[in-house]
Design a protein around this ligand. Structure first.
Ligand code: NAD
Ligand code: G6P
Ligand code: MN
Length: 447
């Protein structure tokens, strides 16, 4: 089997060690000859890279490894770029969350004004990665999960329409893992799903097992009672996942509050920020948000463990774990490399997949993924309620991409005003003006 060369862009990410361990665990399916890390913060990346180099030497000494801040080194001779950058890092995530909260508005990484602010930073960063890839490895594909994926995907469609980029989100995967667990299935891959929406803004309409049996009735019964949280019987059997802490547990459970709004379908957890905006704000401590939890939790853990590995010179006893959940990245790469035609939820240009929705919208739907890229599977017509919500939200996302590319203050103000999370144009302007001040090192100057 051909051996592949991959570049992990955002080498200093908290997710990098788990992904490297996952790649090592999948070498039989996806053989690797080279792993390169790229990050624009060499110091941050070095901690992760030095530890990963030790683990690679222990488990797969044949794999060449290099970590660099030089794009020519990192992007030359690459088959796949796995991109997970966070432009502005957690310090800026914290501002994205705290600035809207000052005005009583949802402060979230990817939803509402915080997601818009993050989008304005991410677009330039991701487009630059695409340019490096195309310059140094023109045949490579980028598998992008840098957030906010909806806005990044729209910017790619608008500004890099011919580039080989696949945008994906792991939230549906995480939820489907929970569904499979609740149903007593071995794996989420034992389910065939129909789903439609935008990224972090969608619904499952049909879920069947491989024999075609309808699993929706049992799932709906569960979600009505527990959301995507575990039933008492499931609690004991629960395995580890990326979404394990108290804040995530609350997010999964609270789905039962808005599920009845459209009980034919099963909603994505992220709809919480639109349907329960007032409660979310009321229950958020504006001085200690999710960014603080992640900095005190995942970031401290991952960087602490990496430092220990480097000091000891080996990874014995480390609590860093294989990110099983991230094996969807291997599925993506294999689908392209080996034309597996795997069915996966991806973020793609609508072009009729949702029949009664804007053809140029970047939607999240099941696709068949092969060596020519993604072929969306038609989901038919969607109901008025979802269509209305999605039209508003897709306009927000398109306005952000246009605001970035045209450097337009007005379009960005419109985008924030249009977000369902924001009460008025006046509040939108106050938030925008604070965000501009906070983001002056990252955003284009708006005219
Ligand atoms: P992190 O801050 O730990 O890591 C991001 C890294 O990107 C940092 O080391 C930073 O220096 C680097 N970086 C920032 N700007 C860069 C640029 N222009 N060029 C190169 N490197 C740059 O963040 P994290 O929490 O580990 O998350 C990483 C990314 O993955 C985020 O975008 C996050 O939202 C995303 N994510 C997406 C999904 C999904 O479902 N799509 C799931 C989990 C995480
Ligand atoms: C899910 C979403 C990602 C998001 C992440 C945030 O996995 O799909 O898009 O980045 O949650 O998790 P965190 O633990 O950083 O709040
Ligand atoms: Mn996501």
């Amino acid at each position: 089997m051909k051996k592949f060369s991959v570049c992990i862009a955002g080498g200093g990410s908290t997710f990098t060690p788990g992904i490297v361990l996952m790649l090592l665990d999948n070498l039989d399916k996806f053989p690797i000859r080279t792993i390169k890390f790229y990050d624009n913060d060499g110091e941050r990346q070095k901690v992760i890279a030095d530890a990963c180099e030790i683990m690679l030497k222990e488990q797969a000494p044949d794999i060449d490894f290099v970590a660099s801040t030089d794009p020519e080194i990192a992007f030359t001779d690459i088959d796949f770029v796995m991109a997970h950058i966070r432009v502005g890092k957690y310090a800026m995530r914290e501002k994205d969350e705290k600035i809207p909260l000052k005005y009583g508005v949802v402060g979230q990484e990817t939803c509402g004004p915080g997601g818009i602010a993050y989008g304005m930073r991410s677009i330039g960063g991701v487009l630059e990665l695409i340019e490096f890839m195309e310059k140094y490895s023109p045949n490579a594909w980028m598998l992008n999960y840098s957030n906010p994926a909806a806005i990044v995907a729209e910017a790619c469609r608008l500004l890099k329409p011919d580039s080989k980029v696949i945008n994906i989100c792991d939230m549906p995967i995480g939820i489907e893992e929970r569904m499979a667990q609740g149903l007593g299935l071995k794996s989420r891959k034992d389910m065939v799903v129909r789903y439609f929406g935008l990224n972090h803004f969608g619904w499952w309409t049909d879920i069947r097992d491989k024999d075609g049996n309808d699993l929706m009735p049992r799932l709906k019964e569960h979600v009505a009672k527990y959301g995507y949280g575990p039933s008492p019987e499931m609690l004991e059997a629960a395995g580890e996942s990326q979404h394990d802490d108290e804040s995530w547990k609350h997010t999964f459970g609270v789905v039962k509050e808005f599920y009845p709004l459209s009980p034919d379908m099963l909603p994505n957890t992220y709809l919480k920020y639109y349907f329960m905006a007032d409660e979310v704000v009321a229950h958020t401590d504006p001085s200690y948000t999710r960014a603080n939890m992640v900095m005190d939790g995942r970031e401290k853990h991952v960087f602490g463990e990496c430092q220990k590995i480097v000091e000891k010179g080996n990874s014995e006893g480390t609590t860093l774990e294989i990110d099983e959940h991230a094996s969807y990245i291997v599925d993506l790469a294999r689908a392209i490399a080996h034309n597996t035609n795997e069915r996966m939820l991806l973020i793609v240009e609508n072009k009729g997949a949702i029949a009664n929705f804007e053809p140029t919208a970047m939607v999240e739907v099941p696709c068949i993924l092969g060596s020519n890229g993604a072929e969306p599977i038609t989901q038919g017509e969607i109901p008025r309620f979802q269509k209305g919500l999605m039209e508003q939200q897709v306009a927000v996302e398109k306005l952000v991409a246009e605001a970035w590319s045209e450097k337009s203050y007005t379009k960005l103000w419109q985008a924030i005003t249009l977000s369902k999370t924001v009460p008025s144009a006046k509040v939108a302007k106050q938030i925008l003006d604070d965000l501009i001040e906070a983001n002056k090192d990252f955003w284009p100057e708006l005219g």
